[in-house]
Ligand binder design. Structure first.
Ligand SMILES: Nc1ncnc2c1ncn2[C@@H]1O[C@H](COP(=O)(O)OP(=O)(O)O)[C@@H](O)[C@H]1O
Ligand SMILES: [Mg+2]
Length: 336
């Protein structure tokens, strides 16, 4: 994420959220940020931190879905040397690292039940105990939680503690999907294009902007960001019209591959031995997420075209069936 996050958009929802962030930044109230994946939850969390009185102290994020269940306690609370096999040194957890600042508990809905109880106690006592430790360590941390799951349903189903939910959701900020705010698409295209080096920066013709404004964007703003990066990689420095945008977005794989491998693109191609910089100095791009999105777009496309035929899709994608199944599991692609 760039050093200074910005929440771009002119839709009433985004304007309202920017206003809410300004009003909430100075307070220490716990905020729950909800919204589908890629809708900007981390941007909102970052802004709440940067705009508030804790900006000089650390902003620490932990993705509760990505930490293995048996490690989550030591990850968040730290551990003493010898607390368990492999714990050779004292380790400060995320709470201690965030002291004075803000801790973002991302994908908080995936937190194991026994850990939810421990977290609640920490929020109530404002002290933590490292795993294997015996002393209570005071911590001064603002908590922001984020989730793409419907936590109140999880509460009703007994998967998430109601008392923890009310502690975390003192204020809720709900980010709509990008499809629900198409008026933000032109500004976002411009914003992400501006982060790309001049020489390869794509320009979007009015026809492309109109076309892109009515796409479903299942991956939300993240998908749009990656779309702009893909446009710069495949058609560096070019004007993208609606037809090119459609191919780039819906991934006619043979067409894109043909352009990339033969250099026969109707448009100038990058020198493949030394690719042009597609990231401007100072910007940070998440290559792994970009590749995941790219892979995901092709897999979904193939599955869509084969009525979810896994074997047939694997053939279309040039993958072994088991490899495709493995990728679908990793990317969370399930039969609709
Ligand atoms: N309104 C926005 N303005 C500018 N960039 C945004 C906006 N919303 C999301 N982004 C960018 O899109 C990507 C995904 O956003 P992120 O906050 O990580 O989504 P989430 O946490 O909801 O999955 C990030 O690169 C982020 O900087
Ligand atoms: Mg996120």
């Amino acid at each position: 994420m760039p050093r200074f996050a910005v929440l771009v958009g002119c839709s009433p929802a985004i304007v309202g959220i920017r206003d809410l962030i300004d009003r909430l930044a100075a307070s220490d109230a716990s905020v729950l940020i909800t919204g589908p994946s890629g809708s900007g939850k981390e941007v909102v969390a970052d802004l709440l931190h940067q705009r508030g009185g804790r900006a000089a102290c650390p902003f620490v994020a932990v993705n509760c879905a990505a930490v293995p269940r048996d490690l989550i306690e030591s990850e968040i609370f730290g551990h003493q040397a010898g607390a368990f096999t492999g714990a050779s040194h004292v380790r400060r957890g995320r709470f201690e690292l965030a002291d004075g600042g803000t801790l973002l508990l991302d994908e908080v809905g995936d937190m194991p039940a026994d850990f939810q109880a421990k977290l609640l106690r920490v929020l109530e006592t404002r002290t933590i105990e490292r795993v294997g430790g015996t002393t209570a360590i005071p911590v001064d941390v603002r908590i922001i939680a984020a989730t793409n799951a419907d936590l109140s349903t999880a509460v009703k189903a007994g998967r998430f503690r109601a008392d923890l939910f009310y502690r975390l959701a003192v204020v809720e900020i709900a980010l709509p999907s990008l499809a629900e705010r198409p008026e933000d698409v032109p500004l976002l295209l411009e914003h992400f294009a501006a982060t790309i080096a001049d020489a390869v920066r794509p320009r979007f013709a009015a026809s492309a902007v109109a076309y892109l404004g009515c796409q479903p964007w299942p991956g939300n703003v993240r998908e749009l960001r990656n779309f702009v990066a893909r446009a710069a990689a495949v058609h560096p420095g070019c004007e993208i019209d609606d037809a090119l945008a459609a191919v780039l977005l819906h991934g006619d794989r043979r067409q894109v591959d043909h352009w990339l491998s033969s250099g026969s693109s109707p448009l100038p191609m990058p020198n493949r031995r030394r690719p042009p910089p597609i990231v401007a100095a100072g910007d940070v791009i998440d290559l792994r997420a970009l590749l995941d999105d790219f892979e995901q777009a092709y897999i979904r496309d193939a599955l869509g075209k084969t009525a979810f035929g896994v074997a047939e899709s694997a053939r279309l994608l040039g993958l072994r069936r088991t490899t495709l199944v493995e990728k679908m599991r990793r990317l969370n692609i399930a039969r609709p």
